[in-house]
Write a protein that binds this ligand. Structure first.
Ligand code: HEC
Length: 113
């Protein structure tokens, strides 16, 4: 087969795909029905009581604690970078004076499943 034929074959296959699907569905009436969906809930907070206060106060507004607790271990420098990303990129209203406490907590965290 000449090389030039290949792209054309691929294109033909792509174009035929919706036709095949379309004909399989032909005759069926499309019906919509209501479904109920249960979204996962998370009331998990950061463990550690008083030491976790700064993290619990600053890091649960936009996502769950799980988003943070399930991360692999990071150094203080890496956590500082992450916290700064939350502040500057995602506009997290975190007091700059809380950052060292938050970073110390995060760096001492054990990775969780
Ligand atoms: C203003 C909203 C907001 C707040 C408050 C916030 N985050 Fe986030 N965070 C996000 C968004 C949006 C994402 C998802 C985007 C992404 O994965 O980079 C995210 C993702 C993450 C992730 C996973 C992605 C990564 O970069 O590792 C970590 C870890 C994280 N946040 C940690 C924190 C910590 C720690 C705090 C508190 C100091 C915090 N977040 C507070 C918005 C926020």
């Amino acid at each position: 087969m000449p090389k030039m034929m290949l792209p054309r074959l691929a294109l033909t296959a792509l174009c035929a795909f919706p036709l095949i699907r379309g004909s399989a569905l032909a005759g069926e009436v499309m019906r919509f029905k209501s479904v109920s969906v249960e979204l996962p809930q998370s009331d998990r907070a950061f463990p550690g009581g008083h030491e976790a206060e700064a993290v619990n106060n600053n890091c649960l507004a936009c996502h769950s604690a799980g988003m943070v607790l399930t991360q692999p271990k990071r150094s203080k420098a890496e956590w500082t970078e992450t916290v700064n990303k939350m502040i500057h990129t995602y506009k997290a209203p975190i007091d700059e004076t809380d950052v060292p406490t938050i970073v110390a907590y995060l760096a001492s965290m054990k990775p969780q499943p």
